[in-house]
Design a protein around this ligand. Sequence first.
Ligand code: HPA
Length: 269
Amino acid sequence: MNPFERAEQAGAELVERLGGRFDAAVVLGSGWAEVAEGLGAADAVVAAETIAGFHPPSVPGHGGTLRSVTVDGRRVLVMAGRVHLYEGHPPADVVHGVRAAVAAGCSTVVLTNAAGCMNPTFGVGQPVLISDHINLTGQSPLFGPAPPEGYAIRFTDLTDLYSSRIREAVCRIDPTVGEGVYAGLVGPHFETPAEITMLARMGADLVGMSTVLEAIAVRHLGAEVAGVSLVTNAAAGMGEALDHQEVLDAGQAAQSRVAEVLSTVIKVL
Ligand code: HPA
């Protein structure tokens, strides 16, 4: 089965198991899981690995969950347990969840992540809307055989990838949200200070290890993309030495602010 058919099958399973089609999806990054719980109680939950094409947990008992949450009358698919390139997964697996979400009816996908920050105007704990990205993974979800009949061709336009309509609407409601360019790298090591200098000169404000391939895959399917980074640390060489636990703790500390921003994004969809 090709990756597009596999995602369609997963989408159909999600619709059946979670009680109907969806309006939007939220993909949770590190530090965002508890935030999403604040969106509201789940109407239904499934373990991700029970849906076609989703990976079993790499740590037993810590698998992904796919939840249906009703927010302002909209059915939102909340997806926890993202798959990363740095785990050794191919691009098609990294984007399987968002393709399944679009197949399940989502016309908008909100991608969240934890990010290091090169822009000194953003502090740790700041939520930043992604205005654009620089894909430095060397990968694309559209590598490989051409998409099957009925799908858009693989030469996808990425102009206005992160919906300016959504960004403008969110900034009107909450002018304190930042906006910045996200550089997506493979990881899992953090960057060197020299790499951070390069990224900043290239025009990036934020750096992380997810999001870019998912954004491309969602756009290719014709759905709208929004991205929100939570700044968890100053990028390498711009502050303290980097520590994964610190990244997680910063996410924890910013919960209520980040929840506010996520609710605002969902409100304007
Ligand atoms: N670099 C890359 N990925 C990250 C960082 C970082 O500084 N912080 C959180 N994710």
